[in-house]
Design a protein around this ligand. Structure first.
Ligand code: GUN
Ligand code: ZN
Length: 429
């Protein structure tokens, strides 16, 4: 495979803009380029420098569009694609009314394959090059997900969603089946191409102590796999978890007691945290994933982005499709901005872009491979048209600097803003 020189504006991060001034953390090149070779970023620089240094490279010029890292959606449920935007319920009712009946269908490999293909069509159209998705409890749903991701050359994270109580019989496994099926799937898919297996208990209300213990044992045997689950999303859910585990000190303890807390743990939502939970999460260097469109759509509450990033926790950003109301990480950034305002602080556009790329990659411990433009990283890129609609174009035309040009696309953009998408060094959109 030869060299490809992709030209446009470029945005890269050399530091975390929650912990360094934006001017030091972000590098914007008005006329920049990314040299791609063998699926990785081989060089970055100005368009002129790169053209001169690599005269034989194939050139793809995206004009004044913005080349950034492909978006990383750190928490999603691909099996909920067809029930996104289902009306009128809060978490537990929403699961029982819409989610569980739909997830029952994924024992059918043909249906799972159809939805997996549709899901990756939608996420790629929105510039998302990596998703970390829950599958259903059916191994077929995991095979469908990874088969489709592999076919498209995507880096993807996912796992079988384990449940053995408080869910329909057709979705429940047992402690032994959760362990055995997760282990077989892990052995089949983890490290195959660009795929990563995540050990996935759904949340403590749908797992018995024995099942959590079995999955804790599996994680101890495979500590290089991430472990994902849900934590403290809604107050009713927390009360339910506490009543099911009366001996637990708090919600996090329902995981901690069974070996499901540690580095590599990725907790979705984490809205209503107790001081002890925050301390333990920071102590073990676990990751939290902010799902803002879901938190407003299901009515869960406001994630404390400013407070939790200030503690140095690994924080990712995610759609939480289909509890979230969009497949777009641009819409998700806009929702994170709005919730930040309600929480007393405006997130800078650099912080929003960082969360949607490097922050999510860091939450998944993939920050050395994806989520940024840097030499040696995998060449997953989103190329954004910063004037994709009349409303955005007229606002961007007034902008006085780069961030003011980008912010209208963050707030009002969607899949129409994707001029191109690259995955593993190949243009896929
Ligand atoms: N908690 C347990 N399962 C789910 C789910 O599928 N979506 C959301 N938003 N929260 C959950
Ligand atoms: Zn979720």
């Amino acid at each position: 495979m030869g060299k490809t020189l992709i030209l446009g504006q470029t945005l890269a991060f050399v530091a975390d803009p929650f912990h360094a001034p934006v001017a030091e953390a972000a590098r914007h090149e008005r006329r920049g380029g990314v040299l791609v070779e063998a699926g990785r970023i081989a060089a970055l620089g100005t368009a002129d420098e790169l053209r001169a240094a690599h005269p034989g490279a194939r050139v793809v010029d995206h004009g004044d569009a913005l080349i950034c890292a492909g978006f990383v959606d750190a928490h999603a449920h691909y099996p909920q694609t067809a029930i996104i935007a289902s009306w009128g319920k809060r978490l537990i009712d929403w699961l029982n009314t819409y989610t569980f009946p739909e997830e029952m269908r994924f024992g059918d490999p043909a249906y799972a394959a159809e939805v997996a293909a549709r899901y990756f069509d939608l996420t790629l159209a929105n510039g998302t090059t990596t998703v970390c998705s829950y599958c259903t409890s059916h191994p077929e749903s995991v095979d469908a997900y990874f088969t489709e991701a592999e076919r498209r050359g995507l880096r993807a994270v996912g796992g079988k969603t384990c449940m053995d109580r408080n869910a329909p019989e057709g979705l429940c496994d047992t402690p032994a089946r959760a362990y055995d099926e997760s282990r077989a799937l892990l052995q089949r898919w983890h490290g195959t191409g660009r795929l990563v297996y995540a050990i996935t208990p759904r949340f403590s209300p749908t797992s018995s102590s024995a099942q959590l213990e079995a999955l804790g044992a599996l994680w101890a045997e495979h500590p290089d796999c991430p472990m994902q689950t849900h934590l403290s999303e809604q107050t009713d859910e927390i009360a339910w978890a506490r009543s099911l585990f009366p001996e637990a000190r708090d919600y996090l303890d329902t995981y901690e007691a069974f070996g499901l807390l540690g580095p590599g743990a990725v907790y979705g939502h984490a809205i209503h945290l107790e001081p002890r939970e925050k301390d333990r999460l920071a102590e073990v260097d676990a990751a939290l994933v902010h799902c803002p469109t879901s938190n407003t759509f299901i009515g869960s509450g406001i994630f404390d982005t400013a407070g939790l990033t200030a503690r140095g926790l690994r924080i990712g950003l995610a759609t939480d499709t289909g509890g979230g109301s969009s497949f777009s990480m641009l819409r998700t950034m806009a929702a994170a901005y709005e919730l930040g305002q309600l929480n007393g602080g405006a997130l800078h556009p650099a912080q929003l872009m960082w969360l949607a790329t490097s922050g999510s990659a860091r939450a998944l411990r993939l920050e050395d491979r994806i989520g940024n433009l840097a030499v040696g990283m995998e060449a997953d890129l989103a190329v954004l048209d910063l004037a994709s609609t009349p409303a955005i174009a007229q606002r961007a035309a007034r902008a006085e600097d780069f961030w003011e040009t980008l912010f209208p696309t963050i707030m009002m953009g969607d899949d129409r803003a994707m001029r191109a998408v690259w995955a593993g060094g190949a243009q896929v959109i």
